[in-house]
Design a protein around this ligand. Structure first.
Ligand SMILES: [Zn+2]
Length: 344
């Protein structure tokens, strides 16, 4: 049996300075307690999520949700220093497994019809969507979806070269540009990104996103010349493999321009579906009534924004919001989704 009394008496005789290690031990104990509480918190989150989701399921209300992801990698990215920080494949796997057990997974083109046709007691429909021509759709996401028998939609541009924000990320990560290299991006903003200050690269990307297309092309050209090892894009054969595996391929425009900044003719040309796609995602998730009318006139069944909203009876089929959930833990993911669909 351990003797607890003796060390306490010994410590009591020591001067104050010598007793400091005890405080260190208490801090460690506190960190240990927090770590030990994680499964408890996750269990509480899953219980709360299940109650909300069951309530949504019982109701006769039109409800559903589209979720948007970008890249997926073996390790989760850094949201403070990456424009589109990837989700971790193992965490996505856990989240998709949860969805497959609790929700009705559907393609983006079918989400609104599924939400409207659902009867009380039936599962709430959810559409998984993956934006941009990223090789990780095939490499990391497709195996996860196949494992769970989950359908999904990829919104693709048919890109042959990396997008400007991928080149910007690579250029900053590799320090392949100097702070004054990308006018009209303020040198102070690019310097902060190169110093890896939290949120700085997102500020630079925001500036470039708002430029006129020709100015943005010029910056993309400069970045392309600066980057020695450009990131890969999804190959045509990989997109075809996704379609063969049951993915819906939606359209995301060829150039990924901000549609709200285009004139009417350019807007119409940008949204025209090249291969009869039924679903569309607005570049940068941004659209208003004019862009929605263009997507409707182009014949899409559904067009998706980046507004973090679930589907309701009021959802415009050409302005459907998408939730951008973190999948860091299944409990948090499940609760965020359940709150959105139950509208709490
Ligand atoms: Zn995009």
């Amino acid at each position: 049996m351990r003797n607890y009394a003796a060390p306490v008496r010994e410590r009591a005789k020591q001067p104050v300075a010598a007793r400091r290690p005890v405080r260190v031990r208490l801090v460690r104990l506190d960190a240990f307690a927090r770590h030990a509480a994680r499964p408890l918190r996750q269990a509480a989150e899953l219980t709360a999520a299940r109650a909300l989701e069951a309530r949504a399921r019982r109701s006769g209300a039109v409800c559903g949700a589209a979720l948007v992801f970008h890249g997926v990698a073996l390790r989760a990215g850094d949201h403070d220093r990456e424009i589109d920080a990837p989700a971790a494949a193992a965490q996505l796997d856990a989240a998709v497994g949860y969805l497959a057990r609790r929700y009705a997974l559907v393609r983006a083109a079918d989400l609104l019809r599924a939400a409207r046709d659902r009867r009380p007691g039936e599962r709430v429909p959810v559409a998984l969507t993956f934006d941009d021509d990223l090789p990780s759709h095939r490499e990391h996401v497709a195996p996860v979806l196949a494992r769970h028998g989950a359908p999904a939609t990829a919104f693709l541009c048919g890109a042959k070269d990396p997008f400007w924000w991928q080149l910007l990320q690579r250029a900053v990560d590799d320090r392949a540009v100097a702070s004054g290299d990308l006018p009209p991006v303020p040198a102070s903003d690019l310097a902060a990104a190169l110093e890896r200050r939290p949120g700085a690269i997102a500020r630079v990307a925001g500036t470039i996103e708002r430029l006129a297309p020709a100015e943005r092309d010029a910056i993309a050209g400069r970045l392309r010349a600066a980057v020695a090892d450009p990131p890969a894009v999804l190959a045509l054969a990989d997109a075809e493999a996704l379609a063969a595996a049951g993915w819906e391929l939606g359209f995301h425009t060829r150039r990924h321009d901000l549609l709200t900044a285009l004139d009417d003719d350019a807007l119409r040309a940008a949204v025209a579906p090249p291969a009869g796609e039924r679903s569309f995602a607005y570049p940068h998730g941004k659209a208003a009534a004019r862009e929605a009318a263009a997507a409707r006139d182009a014949g899409y069944a559904a067009a998706y924004t980046g507004a973090p909203e679930a589907v309701t009876e009021r959802t415009d089929p050409h302005l459907v919001g998408r939730l951008q959930p973190r999948v860091t833990t299944v409990g948090r993911f499940a609760l965020d989704l359940a709150r959105a669909v139950a509208r709490t």
